[in-house]
Design a binder for this molecule. Structure first.
Ligand code: ADP
Ligand code: MG
Length: 338
């Protein structure tokens, strides 16, 4: 059973970025307005995610990291109107199988916080009073300690830097989609990046990408009924100098489906084609627009079960989504690329 647990967990928990993603999503599901992410040695020695959310109720702590425990879904039908990031009850348990985990938590009712140390199976092995305020702090030490090959693979300087960059991009995505959230990233005690609470998506884009990157972005909006789909976002102004509205990587093209940061190849391709078609210059074709696209559809029409990390989603009405995105692009850039 230990080997089975290790194998399946290693498929859910694939990297430092993926651990942080799961922990941040738990914090957001708990209603946090402030999240601190602290890493030591690029997260391989220690990852700590602290939030000021509602905390974990004492009755739930014994099972919080037990496989398939979730406090978020009661009935199968709940999946049809899913509003939380988590629903599988898999992350915490899987992290326990591949690292050393401690959870400190305090709800509004608790007088003080308690720190729980968990074992490989997610069971509490010890607990002690702690001094933290309301919310939850999850510490993940020695990630992949029992998967030496994977740990080795993430240890090279090159890989560490790539992963840190990916993590920064992911944090940016949450910063943009959650303007009211305060976020901070610390590595080896140095603050690498932080973002204060702001009022709206535009201010969040400004806080995240800086004034020059957003100077040429304009708000866009497209709504369609039957089937229902709402597109909102900030796109490069038609005709703007592409050296100021695009990058050589897709890392500043932020796409969200029902508030989840996603990678959607076909939508990305459409965005790129329409954007590039404005320019006669071949160079434009190799560039990715800096933009934010927020797609909202009824929860029942999106399937987030496609990959364990939920970065790829299946839209039941994919054609509708693509058509809507295309309509928005045509209204903005005025023609159809061939
Ligand atoms: P899921 O998010 O799919 O429910 P997880 O394994 O990520 O599963 O978390 C298990 C449970 O632990 C959650 O359902 C929640 O009750 C609790 N939990 C985990 N992290 C937090 C947090 N930061 N704040 C409050 N509760 C949490
Ligand atoms: Mg979760």
């Amino acid at each position: 059973p230990d080997t089975v647990r290790l194998l399946s967990s290693s498929q859910v928990i694939t990297s430092v970025v993926n651990v942080v993603k799961e922990l941040i999503e738990n914090s957001l599901d708990a209603g946090a307005s402030s999240i601190d992410v602290k890493l030591e040695n690029f997260g391989l020695d220690r990852i700590e995610v602290r939030d000021n959310g509602q905390g974990i109720k004492a009755v739930d702590t014994p099972v919080m990291a037990v496989r398939h425990f979730t406090s978020k879904i009661c009935r199968h039908e709940d999946l049809e109107h899913l509003e939380t990031y988590g629903f599988r009850g898999e992350a915490l348990g899987s992290i326990c199988a591949v690292a050393e985990v401690a959870v400190t938590t305090k709800t509004e009712e608790d007088e003080i916080s308690t720190q729980y140390t968990l074992d490989l199976t997610g069971k509490i092995v010890s607990q002690k009073p702690s001094h933290l305020g309301q919310g939850t702090t999850v510490s993940v030490m020695k990630l992949f300690k029992n998967l030496p090959v994977r740990r080795q693979c993430f240890s090279s300087t090159k890989k560490c830097k790539e992963e840190l960059k990916k993590l920064q991009d992911l944090l940016m995505a949450y910063a943009i989609i959650k303007p009211e959230l305060r976020l901070m990233l610390v590595h080896n005690k140095v603050v690498l990046w932080q973002k204060a609470k702001v009022a709206d998506n535009r201010s969040a884009l400004l806080a995240t990408l800086g004034p020059s990157a957003i100077a040429n972005l304009i708000p866009c909006h497209h709504h369609q009924e039957q089937p229902e789909i709402l597109l909102e976002g900030f796109f490069p102004k038609p005709g703007a100098d592409y050296s100021s509205t695009s990058t050589s990587n897709p890392d500043k093209t932020f796409i969200f489906v029902n508030n989840r940061p996603v990678q959607h190849k076909e939508i990305m391709k459409l965005l790129r084609q329409h954007y590039a078609a404005q320019y006669a210059d071949d160079q434009a074709r190799n560039r990715y627009p800096t933009l934010m696209l927020k797609i909202s559809v009824p929860p029942s029409s999106v399937d987030v079960n496609l990959t364990p990390d939920k970065t790829q989603v299946l839209l039941h009405n994919k054609e509708t989504a693509l058509t809507a995105v295309e309509a928005l692009l045509v209204s903005l850039y005025g023609f159809r690329p061939n």
